[in-house]
Design a protein around this ligand. Structure first.
Ligand code: C5P
Length: 403
Protein backbone atom coordinates (compact mmCIF):
# COMPACT_ATOMS: atom_id res chain seq x y z
CA UNK A 1 0.00 0.00 0.00
CA UNK A 2 2.06 2.87 -1.37
CA UNK A 3 0.11 5.68 0.35
CA UNK A 4 -0.82 3.94 3.61
CA UNK A 5 -1.11 6.46 6.45
CA UNK A 6 -1.36 9.48 4.12
CA UNK A 7 -4.35 11.80 4.35
CA UNK A 8 -5.28 13.98 1.39
CA UNK A 9 -7.84 16.70 0.94
CA UNK A 10 -8.91 16.56 -2.70
CA UNK A 11 -10.68 19.68 -3.93
CA UNK A 12 -12.76 19.65 -7.12
CA UNK A 13 -13.64 22.82 -9.01
CA UNK A 14 -16.01 23.30 -11.98
CA UNK A 15 -14.87 21.64 -15.19
CA UNK A 16 -15.61 18.63 -17.35
CA UNK A 17 -12.35 17.02 -16.12
CA UNK A 18 -14.23 16.29 -12.87
CA UNK A 19 -15.01 12.88 -14.39
CA UNK A 20 -11.29 12.04 -14.14
CA UNK A 21 -11.36 12.64 -10.38
CA UNK A 22 -13.56 9.60 -9.83
CA UNK A 23 -10.72 7.43 -11.15
CA UNK A 24 -8.03 9.43 -9.31
CA UNK A 25 -9.93 8.95 -6.05
CA UNK A 26 -10.12 5.18 -6.70
CA UNK A 27 -6.36 5.03 -7.31
CA UNK A 28 -5.61 6.98 -4.12
CA UNK A 29 -7.94 4.84 -2.00
CA UNK A 30 -6.55 1.63 -3.53
CA UNK A 31 -3.05 2.79 -2.57
CA UNK A 32 -4.14 3.10 1.08
CA UNK A 33 -4.65 6.88 1.37
CA UNK A 34 -7.59 8.47 3.11
CA UNK A 35 -9.24 11.10 0.92
CA UNK A 36 -11.44 13.95 2.08
CA UNK A 37 -13.37 15.43 -0.83
CA UNK A 38 -14.27 19.13 -0.92
CA UNK A 39 -16.15 20.53 -3.94
CA UNK A 40 -17.01 23.99 -5.19
CA UNK A 41 -20.63 24.65 -6.09
CA UNK A 42 -19.66 24.53 -9.80
CA UNK A 43 -17.95 21.13 -9.41
CA UNK A 44 -21.24 19.62 -8.19
CA UNK A 45 -22.71 20.47 -11.62
CA UNK A 46 -20.20 18.09 -13.25
CA UNK A 47 -20.09 15.15 -10.82
CA UNK A 48 -22.34 14.55 -7.85
CA UNK A 49 -21.20 14.69 -4.22
CA UNK A 50 -22.91 11.29 -3.82
CA UNK A 51 -20.53 9.73 -6.36
CA UNK A 52 -17.51 11.27 -4.65
CA UNK A 53 -18.78 10.21 -1.20
CA UNK A 54 -19.23 6.62 -2.39
CA UNK A 55 -15.73 6.54 -3.91
CA UNK A 56 -13.96 8.21 -0.98
CA UNK A 57 -16.03 6.59 1.77
CA UNK A 58 -16.39 9.95 3.54
CA UNK A 59 -18.95 12.74 3.61
CA UNK A 60 -18.26 15.45 1.04
CA UNK A 61 -18.06 19.13 1.99
CA UNK A 62 -19.12 21.96 -0.30
CA UNK A 63 -20.15 24.79 2.00
CA UNK A 64 -18.36 27.02 4.45
CA UNK A 65 -21.58 26.97 6.50
CA UNK A 66 -21.87 23.17 6.86
CA UNK A 67 -23.46 22.40 10.23
CA UNK A 68 -21.79 18.95 10.37
CA UNK A 69 -18.59 20.56 11.66
CA UNK A 70 -19.40 21.40 15.30
CA UNK A 71 -17.25 24.55 15.59
CA UNK A 72 -18.30 25.74 12.12
CA UNK A 73 -14.71 26.09 10.98
CA UNK A 74 -14.38 23.48 8.22
CA UNK A 75 -11.66 25.55 6.53
CA UNK A 76 -9.44 25.02 9.57
CA UNK A 77 -10.49 21.53 10.63
CA UNK A 78 -10.25 19.92 7.20
CA UNK A 79 -6.79 21.16 6.30
CA UNK A 80 -5.19 20.53 9.71
CA UNK A 81 -5.54 16.75 9.23
CA UNK A 82 -4.11 16.77 5.69
CA UNK A 83 -0.62 15.80 4.54
CA UNK A 84 -1.33 17.54 1.24
CA UNK A 85 -4.14 19.51 -0.35
CA UNK A 86 -4.72 18.72 -4.04
CA UNK A 87 -6.95 20.85 -6.29
CA UNK A 88 -8.01 18.73 -9.27
CA UNK A 89 -9.33 19.85 -11.62
CA UNK A 90 -8.36 23.48 -11.02
CA UNK A 91 -10.49 25.77 -13.22
CA UNK A 92 -9.44 29.11 -14.72
CA UNK A 93 -11.55 30.88 -12.13
CA UNK A 94 -10.04 28.90 -9.28
CA UNK A 95 -6.50 29.76 -10.42
CA UNK A 96 -7.53 33.43 -10.44
CA UNK A 97 -9.01 33.19 -6.97
CA UNK A 98 -5.96 31.32 -5.67
CA UNK A 99 -3.54 33.88 -7.17
CA UNK A 100 -5.44 36.70 -5.48
CA UNK A 101 -5.94 35.02 -2.12
CA UNK A 102 -9.75 35.11 -2.35
CA UNK A 103 -11.78 33.29 0.30
CA UNK A 104 -15.24 33.32 -1.22
CA UNK A 105 -16.11 29.66 -0.73
CA UNK A 106 -14.99 26.71 1.39
CA UNK A 107 -12.30 25.41 -1.01
CA UNK A 108 -10.58 28.77 -1.62
CA UNK A 109 -10.67 29.48 2.13
CA UNK A 110 -9.16 26.04 2.78
CA UNK A 111 -6.25 26.93 0.45
CA UNK A 112 -5.53 30.16 2.30
CA UNK A 113 -5.93 28.60 5.75
CA UNK A 114 -3.97 25.45 4.96
CA UNK A 115 -1.07 24.22 7.06
CA UNK A 116 0.13 21.72 4.43
CA UNK A 117 1.57 21.83 0.89
CA UNK A 118 -0.76 22.47 -2.05
CA UNK A 119 -0.69 20.73 -5.46
CA UNK A 120 -2.74 22.17 -8.31
CA UNK A 121 -3.88 20.20 -11.37
CA UNK A 122 -5.18 22.71 -13.96
CA UNK A 123 -7.80 21.78 -16.59
CA UNK A 124 -9.33 24.18 -19.08
CA UNK A 125 -9.85 25.10 -22.72
CA UNK A 126 -6.62 26.05 -24.52
CA UNK A 127 -7.66 29.71 -25.03
CA UNK A 128 -8.49 30.03 -21.34
CA UNK A 129 -5.09 28.54 -20.44
CA UNK A 130 -3.19 30.79 -22.88
CA UNK A 131 -5.03 33.94 -21.84
CA UNK A 132 -2.49 36.42 -20.43
CA UNK A 133 -4.58 36.84 -17.28
CA UNK A 134 -4.39 33.06 -16.62
CA UNK A 135 -0.65 33.00 -17.35
CA UNK A 136 -0.15 35.91 -14.91
CA UNK A 137 -2.10 33.99 -12.27
CA UNK A 138 -0.07 30.82 -12.94
CA UNK A 139 3.19 32.77 -12.53
CA UNK A 140 1.94 34.21 -9.23
CA UNK A 141 0.87 30.78 -7.96
CA UNK A 142 4.26 29.27 -8.89
CA UNK A 143 6.09 32.19 -7.26
CA UNK A 144 4.10 31.43 -4.10
CA UNK A 145 5.80 27.98 -4.06
CA UNK A 146 2.74 26.04 -5.19
CA UNK A 147 3.42 23.12 -7.56
CA UNK A 148 1.35 22.80 -10.74
CA UNK A 149 0.92 19.32 -12.22
CA UNK A 150 0.27 19.73 -15.95
CA UNK A 151 -1.64 20.70 -17.92
CA UNK A 152 -1.29 18.24 -20.79
CA UNK A 153 -1.51 19.02 -24.44
CA UNK A 154 -3.87 17.29 -26.87
CA UNK A 155 -7.51 17.00 -27.90
CA UNK A 156 -10.01 18.70 -25.61
CA UNK A 157 -13.64 17.87 -24.82
CA UNK A 158 -14.65 21.16 -26.52
CA UNK A 159 -13.25 19.78 -29.80
CA UNK A 160 -10.16 22.01 -29.88
CA UNK A 161 -6.55 20.84 -29.67
CA UNK A 162 -3.85 22.45 -27.51
CA UNK A 163 -2.51 22.99 -23.99
CA UNK A 164 -4.89 22.90 -21.06
CA UNK A 165 -6.34 19.41 -20.70
CA UNK A 166 -5.95 17.76 -17.32
CA UNK A 167 -3.19 15.17 -16.99
CA UNK A 168 -4.61 11.63 -16.89
CA UNK A 169 -5.67 10.27 -13.47
CA UNK A 170 -2.76 7.76 -13.50
CA UNK A 171 -0.25 10.59 -14.07
CA UNK A 172 -1.89 12.68 -11.32
CA UNK A 173 -1.62 9.68 -8.99
CA UNK A 174 2.07 9.22 -9.86
CA UNK A 175 2.78 12.91 -9.27
CA UNK A 176 1.00 12.85 -5.90
CA UNK A 177 2.82 9.65 -4.94
CA UNK A 178 6.15 11.18 -6.04
CA UNK A 179 5.40 14.23 -3.88
CA UNK A 180 5.70 11.97 -0.80
CA UNK A 181 9.03 10.40 -1.82
CA UNK A 182 12.30 11.80 -0.43
CA UNK A 183 14.25 13.57 -3.22
CA UNK A 184 17.46 11.63 -2.63
CA UNK A 185 18.48 11.78 -6.31
CA UNK A 186 17.56 15.40 -7.01
CA UNK A 187 19.74 16.75 -9.83
CA UNK A 188 21.23 13.34 -10.66
CA UNK A 189 20.99 11.94 -14.21
CA UNK A 190 20.23 8.24 -14.22
CA UNK A 191 20.57 5.98 -17.26
CA UNK A 192 18.90 2.54 -17.11
CA UNK A 193 18.66 -0.47 -19.43
CA UNK A 194 15.66 -2.78 -19.01
CA UNK A 195 13.93 -5.80 -20.53
CA UNK A 196 15.28 -8.43 -22.89
CA UNK A 197 16.91 -7.86 -26.26
CA UNK A 198 15.68 -9.52 -29.44
CA UNK A 199 18.25 -10.84 -31.89
CA UNK A 200 16.66 -11.58 -35.28
CA UNK A 201 17.32 -14.80 -37.23
CA UNK A 202 15.13 -13.74 -40.15
CA UNK A 203 12.35 -11.13 -40.61
CA UNK A 204 9.89 -13.06 -38.39
CA UNK A 205 11.99 -15.08 -35.94
CA UNK A 206 14.59 -14.32 -33.35
CA UNK A 207 16.27 -15.16 -30.06
CA UNK A 208 15.12 -13.49 -26.86
CA UNK A 209 14.65 -14.32 -23.17
CA UNK A 210 12.02 -14.22 -20.43
CA UNK A 211 12.96 -10.87 -18.89
CA UNK A 212 9.72 -8.89 -18.39
CA UNK A 213 11.38 -5.49 -17.85
CA UNK A 214 9.44 -5.06 -14.59
CA UNK A 215 12.52 -4.58 -12.37
CA UNK A 216 14.18 -2.04 -14.69
CA UNK A 217 10.93 -0.10 -15.16
CA UNK A 218 10.32 -0.13 -11.38
CA UNK A 219 13.83 1.28 -10.85
CA UNK A 220 13.22 3.97 -13.48
CA UNK A 221 9.97 4.92 -11.72
CA UNK A 222 11.62 4.99 -8.28
CA UNK A 223 14.58 7.05 -9.56
CA UNK A 224 12.24 9.61 -11.17
CA UNK A 225 10.21 9.82 -7.97
CA UNK A 226 13.44 10.38 -6.06
CA UNK A 227 14.02 13.50 -8.17
CA UNK A 228 16.39 12.14 -10.87
CA UNK A 229 16.30 12.85 -14.60
CA UNK A 230 15.81 9.35 -15.94
CA UNK A 231 16.67 8.02 -19.40
CA UNK A 232 15.39 4.47 -19.88
CA UNK A 233 16.64 2.36 -22.79
CA UNK A 234 14.20 -0.53 -23.09
CA UNK A 235 14.24 -3.75 -25.07
CA UNK A 236 10.95 -5.11 -26.47
CA UNK A 237 8.44 -5.07 -23.56
CA UNK A 238 4.83 -3.90 -23.38
CA UNK A 239 5.07 -1.92 -20.14
CA UNK A 240 3.83 1.67 -19.80
CA UNK A 241 6.51 4.38 -19.55
CA UNK A 242 6.85 5.54 -15.93
CA UNK A 243 5.93 9.15 -15.09
CA UNK A 244 8.59 11.73 -16.03
CA UNK A 245 10.89 9.11 -17.54
CA UNK A 246 12.42 9.62 -21.00
CA UNK A 247 12.18 6.28 -22.82
CA UNK A 248 14.06 5.04 -25.86
CA UNK A 249 12.98 1.69 -27.33
CA UNK A 250 15.50 -0.62 -28.95
CA UNK A 251 15.45 -4.21 -30.16
CA UNK A 252 18.94 -5.67 -30.38
CA UNK A 253 21.94 -5.67 -28.03
CA UNK A 254 23.92 -3.63 -30.55
CA UNK A 255 21.17 -0.97 -30.69
CA UNK A 256 21.03 -0.93 -26.88
CA UNK A 257 24.81 -0.57 -26.74
CA UNK A 258 24.79 2.32 -29.24
CA UNK A 259 21.95 4.13 -27.41
CA UNK A 260 23.77 3.78 -24.08
CA UNK A 261 27.09 4.96 -25.49
CA UNK A 262 25.37 8.08 -26.88
CA UNK A 263 23.71 8.79 -23.53
CA UNK A 264 26.56 7.94 -21.12
CA UNK A 265 28.35 11.33 -21.28
CA UNK A 266 25.20 12.87 -19.76
CA UNK A 267 24.77 10.28 -16.99
CA UNK A 268 25.82 10.37 -13.33
CA UNK A 269 24.55 6.85 -12.60
CA UNK A 270 24.19 3.86 -14.96
CA UNK A 271 22.04 0.91 -13.89
CA UNK A 272 22.24 -2.07 -16.26
CA UNK A 273 19.16 -4.18 -15.61
CA UNK A 274 18.52 -5.49 -19.13
CA UNK A 275 18.97 -9.18 -19.85
CA UNK A 276 21.12 -8.62 -22.92
CA UNK A 277 21.58 -11.49 -25.37
CA UNK A 278 25.19 -12.66 -25.31
CA UNK A 279 25.21 -13.70 -28.96
CA UNK A 280 23.58 -12.85 -32.28
CA UNK A 281 23.72 -14.68 -35.59
CA UNK A 282 26.48 -13.36 -37.81
CA UNK A 283 24.14 -13.29 -40.80
CA UNK A 284 20.42 -12.41 -40.51
CA UNK A 285 18.44 -14.03 -43.34
CA UNK A 286 16.73 -11.43 -45.52
CA UNK A 287 13.76 -13.76 -46.10
CA UNK A 288 11.86 -16.15 -43.84
CA UNK A 289 13.84 -19.38 -43.55
CA UNK A 290 11.76 -22.11 -45.22
CA UNK A 291 11.33 -25.72 -44.12
CA UNK A 292 13.16 -28.00 -46.52
CA UNK A 293 11.50 -31.01 -48.13
CA UNK A 294 14.32 -33.35 -47.12
CA UNK A 295 13.98 -32.64 -43.38
CA UNK A 296 17.39 -30.94 -43.04
CA UNK A 297 17.68 -28.32 -40.29
CA UNK A 298 18.98 -24.76 -40.61
CA UNK A 299 22.35 -24.02 -39.04
CA UNK A 300 23.47 -20.71 -37.61
CA UNK A 301 26.83 -19.34 -36.62
CA UNK A 302 26.99 -16.78 -33.84
CA UNK A 303 29.09 -13.78 -32.93
CA UNK A 304 29.31 -12.18 -29.48
CA UNK A 305 27.37 -9.03 -28.58
CA UNK A 306 29.12 -6.12 -26.88
CA UNK A 307 29.00 -6.17 -23.08
CA UNK A 308 27.27 -2.84 -22.49
CA UNK A 309 27.93 -2.61 -18.75
CA UNK A 310 31.63 -3.51 -19.06
CA UNK A 311 32.04 -1.04 -21.96
CA UNK A 312 30.59 1.80 -19.86
CA UNK A 313 32.57 0.80 -16.74
CA UNK A 314 35.89 0.92 -18.63
CA UNK A 315 35.35 4.44 -19.99
CA UNK A 316 37.94 6.93 -18.67
CA UNK A 317 35.32 8.86 -16.65
CA UNK A 318 32.39 6.48 -16.17
CA UNK A 319 29.15 7.19 -14.34
CA UNK A 320 28.60 5.26 -11.08
CA UNK A 321 27.88 1.80 -12.55
CA UNK A 322 25.46 -0.73 -11.09
CA UNK A 323 25.09 -4.20 -12.62
CA UNK A 324 22.52 -6.94 -12.17
CA UNK A 325 23.27 -10.65 -12.29
CA UNK A 326 20.60 -13.29 -12.78
CA UNK A 327 22.22 -16.61 -11.88
CA UNK A 328 20.65 -20.04 -11.94
CA UNK A 329 22.45 -21.02 -8.72
CA UNK A 330 25.63 -20.45 -6.63
CA UNK A 331 24.83 -16.75 -6.39
CA UNK A 332 27.36 -16.17 -3.59
CA UNK A 333 30.24 -17.57 -5.63
CA UNK A 334 29.30 -16.01 -8.95
CA UNK A 335 28.14 -12.56 -7.76
CA UNK A 336 31.43 -11.16 -6.48
CA UNK A 337 33.38 -12.75 -9.32
CA UNK A 338 31.03 -11.09 -11.84
CA UNK A 339 31.22 -7.70 -10.10
CA UNK A 340 35.00 -7.71 -10.43
CA UNK A 341 34.94 -8.97 -13.99
CA UNK A 342 32.52 -6.23 -15.05
CA UNK A 343 34.59 -3.63 -13.17
CA UNK A 344 31.63 -2.09 -11.30
CA UNK A 345 31.40 -0.88 -7.69
CA UNK A 346 27.97 -2.44 -7.06
CA UNK A 347 26.33 -5.58 -8.43
CA UNK A 348 22.82 -6.71 -7.53
CA UNK A 349 22.44 -10.48 -7.73
CA UNK A 350 19.31 -12.57 -7.97
CA UNK A 351 18.28 -16.05 -9.03
CA UNK A 352 16.96 -15.81 -12.61
CA UNK A 353 14.14 -18.35 -12.38
CA UNK A 354 12.94 -16.70 -9.12
CA UNK A 355 12.60 -13.24 -10.66
CA UNK A 356 11.83 -13.38 -14.42
CA UNK A 357 8.21 -12.31 -15.02
CA UNK A 358 7.35 -12.28 -11.30
CA UNK A 359 6.08 -9.26 -9.36
CA UNK A 360 8.47 -9.83 -6.46
CA UNK A 361 12.19 -10.41 -6.14
CA UNK A 362 14.92 -11.21 -3.63
CA UNK A 363 18.42 -9.80 -4.14
CA UNK A 364 21.91 -9.66 -2.66
CA UNK A 365 24.18 -6.60 -2.96
CA UNK A 366 27.80 -7.37 -3.91
CA UNK A 367 30.45 -4.71 -3.36
CA UNK A 368 34.08 -4.51 -2.26
CA UNK A 369 33.40 -4.42 1.52
CA UNK A 370 31.12 -7.51 1.35
CA UNK A 371 27.60 -8.73 0.59
CA UNK A 372 24.21 -7.55 1.88
CA UNK A 373 21.09 -9.70 1.35
CA UNK A 374 17.76 -7.85 1.10
CA UNK A 375 14.43 -9.54 2.00
CA UNK A 376 12.00 -10.78 -0.71
CA UNK A 377 9.58 -8.00 -1.53
CA UNK A 378 7.51 -6.74 -4.45
CA UNK A 379 9.52 -5.14 -7.27
CA UNK A 380 8.16 -1.60 -6.68
CA UNK A 381 9.15 -1.61 -2.99
CA UNK A 382 12.46 -3.30 -3.82
CA UNK A 383 13.14 -0.63 -6.45
CA UNK A 384 12.69 2.13 -3.84
CA UNK A 385 15.01 0.26 -1.49
CA UNK A 386 17.65 -0.21 -4.22
CA UNK A 387 17.45 3.44 -5.29
CA UNK A 388 18.07 4.42 -1.65
CA UNK A 389 21.10 2.07 -1.53
CA UNK A 390 22.43 3.43 -4.85
CA UNK A 391 21.87 7.06 -3.76
CA UNK A 392 23.91 6.40 -0.60
CA UNK A 393 26.86 5.11 -2.65
CA UNK A 394 26.85 7.24 -5.82
CA UNK A 395 28.98 10.36 -5.72
CA UNK A 396 26.84 13.47 -6.24
CA UNK A 397 28.66 14.48 -9.42
CA UNK A 398 29.34 11.01 -10.88
CA UNK A 399 32.92 10.00 -11.78
CA UNK A 400 34.99 6.87 -11.20
CA UNK A 401 34.48 4.88 -8.04
CA UNK A 402 35.96 1.48 -8.81
CA UNK A 403 37.59 -0.70 -6.23
O1 C5P B 1 27.35 -11.41 -17.91
P1 C5P B 1 25.94 -11.27 -17.48
O2 C5P B 1 24.96 -11.18 -18.61
O3 C5P B 1 25.48 -12.22 -16.43
O4 C5P B 1 25.92 -9.83 -16.75
C1 C5P B 1 24.79 -9.24 -16.25
C2 C5P B 1 24.94 -7.73 -16.14
O5 C5P B 1 25.63 -7.20 -17.26
C3 C5P B 1 23.62 -7.04 -16.16
O6 C5P B 1 23.75 -5.82 -15.44
C4 C5P B 1 23.38 -6.81 -17.63
O7 C5P B 1 22.46 -5.76 -17.86
C5 C5P B 1 24.76 -6.44 -18.09
N1 C5P B 1 25.05 -6.84 -19.48
C6 C5P B 1 25.28 -5.88 -20.43
N2 C5P B 1 25.60 -6.24 -21.72
C7 C5P B 1 25.70 -7.54 -22.06
C8 C5P B 1 25.47 -8.55 -21.10
C9 C5P B 1 25.14 -8.16 -19.83
O8 C5P B 1 25.18 -4.68 -20.12
N3 C5P B 1 26.00 -7.87 -23.30
Amino acid sequence: MELAGKHLVLGLTGGIACYKIAELTRLLIKAGATVQIVMTEAATQFITPVTMQALSGRPVYTSQWDARIPNNMPHIDLSREADVLVIAPASTDFLARLAHGRCDDLLSTLCIARGCPLLVVPAMNRQMWQNPATQRNVATIRADGIELLGPDSGSQVCGEVGDGRMIEPEAAFEAIYAFFQPKILRGQRVLITAGPTFEPLDPVRGITNLSSGKMGFALARAAAQAGADVHLVAGPVSLPTPWRVYREDVQTAQQMHDAIMRATPDADIFIAVAAVADWRVDHVNQHKIKKTGDGSMPTFSFVGNPDILASVAELPNPPFCVGFAAESGDLDLNGEEKRKRKGVPLLIGNIGQLTFGRDDNEVVLFEAPGTTPLPRTDKQALARLLIAEIAKRAPKTGGPLLS
